[in-house]
Ligand binder design. Structure first.
Ligand code: UDP
Length: 238
């Protein structure tokens, strides 16, 4: 492990929308490749990397149910969307020579591995990037909760939530120029003020297990690598 690095095992959570570029829907391969490059640059530091990718660029359960679809069925469709995103990321990482495993909460053996905790830990020890797909495998949850669950199970030291902004603000920085970024903020303040870091069940699960959430901008080239070395701007939820 590179001496400058403050974490040896991390969870990177990104939304599905991070993969769609400017298209407004689906997958934008150059964007997927760019994020894969960010992950590779962190792996080169010797950090063990878990990933969870959302599915919102393809399908969201709530949107389906709002259009009359049965909620649990719609949620399973959302979980399947995350598997597609995970496979796209695996392909992009492997194109860069990064060994990667997609590990699904819902077994689909022809497509990827089933989730077996000890096996996933072994992959991490061998420096393979583990992409946890299909969320928690349960409807009514989100991939934020899945990321927090797997981060706890894998004993990650923090969740890195890659977003479009460089941290958590007291109001939307894209709308209010006087919005202030928090250096650190407590889990309870995030919950009480609805700061939109992650959904409430994910924040509570992180809080109850003392798992810090580091919110940073994924749009900044080299940003993920920098933050692992204590550089750049971000907010630490703790
Ligand atoms: N989902 C689910 N259970 C989980 C994780 C995800 O049912 O444990 C479904 C849910 O319908 C959700 C969709 O998968 O809307 C996509 O995940 P999410 O909305 O978290 O994606 P993101 O907003 O991060 O792209």
């Amino acid at each position: 492990l590179d001496a400058s690095v403050k974490y040896s095992r991390v969870m990177l959570k990104i939304s599905g929308e991070a993969l769609m570029g400017d298209q407004g829907f689906g997958l934008h391969p150059p964007t997927v490749a760019r994020i894969a490059q960010e992950v590779k640059s962190v792996q080169e530091l010797g950090v063990e990397i878990c990933m969870v990718i959302g599915g919102g660029n393809i399908f969201r359960g709530l949107a389906g149910s709002a259009q009359g679809m049965e909620r649990t069925t719609a949620d399973y469709m959302g979980m399947l969307a995350t598997v597609m995103n995970a496979l796209a990321m695996q392909s992009a990482l492997e194109a860069l020579g990064v060994f990667t495993r997609v590990i699904s909460a819902i077994p689909m053996d022809q497509v990827c591995e089933p989730y077996i905790r000890r096996r996933a830990v072994r992959h991490l020890e061998k420096k393979r990037v583990c992409i946890f797909a299909a969320g928690t495998g349960n409807p009514y949850f989100t991939t934020d909760t899945a990321a927090t669950l797997r981060a706890n199970e894998m004993a990650c030291q923090a969740i890195f939530k890659g977003t479009k902004v460089d941290g958590v603000y007291d109001k939307d920085p894209k709308k209010f120029p006087d919005a202030k970024r928090y250096e650190t903020v407590s889990y309870d303040e995030c919950l009480a003020k609805h700061l939109g870091v992650m959904d409430a069940s994910a924040i509570a699960l992180a809080r109850d297990n003392d798992l810090p959430i580091i919110v940073f901008s994924l749009d900044e080239p080299g940003g993920f690598r920098g933050i692992l070395r204590g550089e750049g701007t971000y907010t630490r939820v703790q």
